[in-house]
Design a protein around this ligand. Structure first.
Ligand code: BTN
Length: 291
């Protein structure tokens, strides 16, 4: 049940109240229609969407902001969100076990990759686990957060940032070195591409999420393997146990990266991956941890 006070509560916090609800075409039957709420500026769309979810907002709620003052990335990092990008978060309420929630970040990454390929006609690839890169530069990241009680997932918030027409030169040096943008800042086509991308991502995500819920994760995983820019590369992956060096040889059935090292195969569920592409090591952002 949608409790309207969830939306009103968010608007009442001083965010721009230009919230708007509209449906997006292409959502498969059975999936709730996406309902998009637009804001000029928020702290973090993930935080706003989580508050709405906690107040009862239904699956399919989507929060979009033109800028974020406190955009969050993985591992507690800051996600710089100037004007020109597409910053949004969706509320999902999957009937899955908490252990399967991590798979949704891969599902979202595939949706963003395919949307960029179609809407922007660019050769988007996935950098494990779910960054999207174009010509080796990171143009998108995904932050999946959630709340569950025991074995019951209450809600998931999947937040997506896409550098559509961002002034990369304005980003901090450590981010600038790795970041890319789909269009130059102030490109006249930027607004249309942001709208088109949002529509494409929601359409793809609705379809892939539906397949995920009906047991089709392996099919989505296969897409992630096809789009992967990490597999076959010499990498360094940092986790709490230290640094693993080797060749990325696979993504297993749980979405973990399999690394062949000189002492055998290591399975990494999350980590800070550095890719040795042309002799240089590029630091990539990802979650941390190894199993
Ligand atoms: C990463 O690569 O570290 C993940 C970045 C995720 C950024 C998006 S922008 C919209 C949503 N709101 C946030 O605060 N973060 C996500």
């Amino acid at each position: 049940m949608l409790r309207r006070e969830g939306v009103e509560g968010v608007e009442g916090e001083g965010h721009d109240a230009r919230a708007e609800g509209r449906g997006v075409k292409g959502v498969p039957p059975g999936f709730p229609e996406w309902k998009v709420f637009r804001f000029a500026e928020v702290g973090s769309t993930n935080t706003v969407a989580a508050r709405m979810a906690e107040a009862g907002a239904p699956e399919g709620t989507c929060v979009v902001a033109e800028t974020q003052t406190g955009g969050r990335g993985r591992m507690g990092r800051t996600w710089h969100s100037p004007p020109g990008g597409l910053w949004f978060s969706v509320v999902l309420r999957p009937a899955v076990a908490p252990k399967d929630v991590g798979k949704l970040s891969l599902v979202t990454g595939v949706a963003v990759t395919e949307a960029i390929r179609e809407a922007a006609a660019l050769p988007a690839m996935m950098k494990w686990p779910n960054d999207v890169v174009v010509h080796g530069k990171k143009v998108s990241g995904t932050l999946v957060e959630g709340r569950w009680r025991g074995e019951r997932v209450e809600h998931i918030v999947a937040g997506v940032g896409i550098n559509v027409a961002v002034d990369v030169a304005s980003l901090p040096p450590e981010v600038r070195a790795l970041a890319g943008t789909l269009l130059p800042p102030h490109d006249p086509g930027a607004a249309a591409l942001r709208d088109g991308l949002l529509e494409h991502v929601l359409e793809k995500l609705g379809s892939l999420y539906g397949r995920f819920l009906s047991g089709g994760f392996l099919e989505i995983l296969e897409k992630a393997r096809v789009y992967s820019d990490t597999l076959g590369r010499e990498i360094e992956a940092a986790c709490s146990d230290g640094v693993v060096r080797g060749t990325a040889v696979g993504i297993d059935a749980d979405g973990a990266l399999v690394i062949r090292t000189c002492s055998g195969e290591v399975r990494m569920v999350s980590g800070d991956v550095s890719v040795r592409s042309t002799g240089a090591v590029h630091a990539e952002q990802a979650g941390r941890g190894r199993r």
